[in-house]
Design a protein. Sequence first.
Length: 71
Amino acid sequence: MQLLIGTVLLRDIHNILVVSIGFRRRSLPLAWLALPHRGQSGLADQKKLLGSALALRIARTGARRHIHGDK
């Protein structure tokens, strides 16, 4: 399972941290968090969001998970 994490800046004012699953060259959002600031997210926000996404249990038990992110 390929998990993707990154930020999306909407209309230059909304900074959204998103965890998505990679599926057939597409990105399907699983969980997101609106950040109160522009720019990069912190490790605490990333851990919180990844925990929420993994709690959905979308993969079988024992499945490999690969997490990809950008700077």
